[in-house]
Design a protein around this ligand. Structure first.
Ligand SMILES: [Zn+2]
Ligand SMILES: [Zn+2]
Length: 464
């Protein structure tokens, strides 16, 4: 079955470029899913394959028929990337497509998001939500493709290149294709399909609450309330034709913090006349390392705390008035997350006070919770993926990267999985990772994502 998908897509696989050593784009802001490329080594999944029904072959045939259109949509969206909260063209494309298919479409949910509902024609059944994120990144594309992005935009006060360097163009195209196939099989579909096209997964600069959280706050998971929600992400860390997933904790929560240290300015030759915020800040950075190394049970649940920005001073011999730190906290449980956040604040404030200064600690309101795949739902999905992909449906280790999908998964049991897009013959460990200006998609992987989506819906709803 898989070979069919790969063969059908071969004509579209124009994206092979020489792959250079992996490197991460250095980006401001929340771009938390960058480290998808660091998905660890994978092991074969254990699940026994679910039995095949005639509907599965019908869905596969429909998937093959729509593959060329899906890839054309992806290329169009790739050539016209839009930053978070500005996905107007992408959203309009999806909305028009969905209306034409008979979906009930609500636009402008969470700024540019779309919620679309299709009632099946085969009686009662579950409400199944499917999510795709739509935003691109402030990255200037370095891949030589006929549909490479030339887009530019202002981001964080700077003019930047814009690129779908995280593959959200693929997510939109896959979900548009799935929407069409499901609409064509509506008479055989019990229950209801709810599509969530989401803006601003990568976060924004200074635009407040956004993305999945804002969509949920604006009612995306109500009326009807989904019984389950599925999401996928293309990943350079997996070969084309494979799926990676894990039950339970799959991706870390991400919280961004800022610490403003205030001392008292003085001459560098006479530090006793002032209060040195550089020394206070340095002590804070060093001591914050103990939140993970001395206070967290890392045998039970890993965590990471990194300070990535330390700014202060203009001259070698002037002790400045202030210093500013910024960092990221990654955790795998809500209790661990709350405790670690509290300890960062307490340590920074008490060190600063103890050294005659002051520290103000601010936590970004757009922090992402840990991504927890519902155990029972994952157990239901695993046999479907085993039937589709055999040993290429793999269990993967938890990733320290983050996603805002958990905001949807807080409202209904969620299952989030990774779709391989690195072509055969290329070592995924050496492929340009998500967020790189040379991030490259083997478009045969879109079929993997489409078939996974369709079969998960068929098995969750009992399509016959
Ligand atoms: Zn990303
Ligand atoms: Zn992403």
């Amino acid at each position: 079955m898989l070979r069919i998908g790969l063969r059908a897509a071969r004509g579209f696989r124009a994206e092979s470029v020489p792959v250079e050593p992996a490197r991460r784009a250095l980006l401001k802001g929340a771009c938390t899913c960058a480290a998808l490329a660091f998905l660890p080594r994978a092991a074969a999944a254990q699940a026994a394959p679910a039995p095949a029904r005639p509907v599965h072959a019908d869905l596969d045939a429909a998937a093959r028929q729509i593959e060329a259109a899906m890839i054309a949509w992806r290329r169009d969206i790739h050539a016209h990337p839009e930053l978070g909260n500005r996905e107007r063209r992408t959203a309009a494309l999806a909305a028009q497509h969905l209306r034409g298919l008979g979906y009930e479409v609500r636009e402008g949910v969470g700024r540019t998001g779309i919620v679309a509902v299709l009632k099946g024609g085969a009686g009662p059944g579950p409400v199944v939500a499917l999510r795709a994120d739509m935003d691109a990144l402030p990255v200037r594309e370095e891949v030589d493709l006929p549909f490479a992005s030339k887009a530019r935009a202002v981001w964080g006060g700077q003019e930047v290149g814009v690129m779908h360097a995280c593959g959200h163009d693929c997510h939109v195209a896959i979900l548009m294709a799935a929407a069409q196939v499901l609409a064509a099989h509506r008479d055989r579909l019990p229950g209801t399909i709810k599509l969530l096209f989401q803006p601003a997964e990568e976060g924004t600069v200074g635009e407040g609450v956004c993305g999945a959280r804002l969509m949920v706050e604006e009612g995306a998971m109500r009326d009807p309330k989904p019984d389950m929600v599925f999401g996928l992400h293309v990943s350079s860390a997996l070969p084309t034709g494979s799926i990676g997933y894990r039950p339970g904790n799959a991706m870390a929560g991400a919280d961004r913090f800022q610490i403003k240290v205030t001392g008292r300015q003085t001459h560098g030759a006479m530090p006793w006349n002032g209060v040195d915020p550089i020394v206070i800040g340095s002590t804070i950075v060093t001591t914050l390392q103990t939140v993970v190394s001395r206070e967290t049970d890392v045998a039970r649940s890993p965590a990471v705390l990194s300070v990535g920005i330390f700014k202060g001073g203009l001259r070698n011999n002037i002790i400045p008035e202030t210093a500013e730190l910024e960092g990221t906290l990654r955790t795998f449980g809500e209790a661990q997350r709350a405790t670690a956040k509290r300890r960062v604040t307490e340590i920074a404030q008490s060190i600063a006070t103890g050294m005659n200064g002051k520290a103000e600690v601010t936590w970004d309101e757009n922090g992402y919770p840990p991504l927890h795949n519902d155990a029972a739902l994952t157990a239901r999905c695993a046999p479907t993926l085993a039937r589709l992909f055999g040993e290429h449906a793999r269990l993967v280790d938890p990733a320290m990267a983050s996603e805002d999908f958990p905001y949807f998964a807080k409202e209904a049991p969620g299952f989030f999985y990774f779709v391989g897009i690195t072509p055969p013959g290329t070592d995924p460990a050496k492929a340009a990772p998500n967020h790189s200006p040379r991030f490259t998609v083997d478009e045969a992987g879109l079929m993997t994502g489409l078939r996974a989506t369709l079969h998960l819906v068929a098995d969750a709803t009992g399509m016959a």
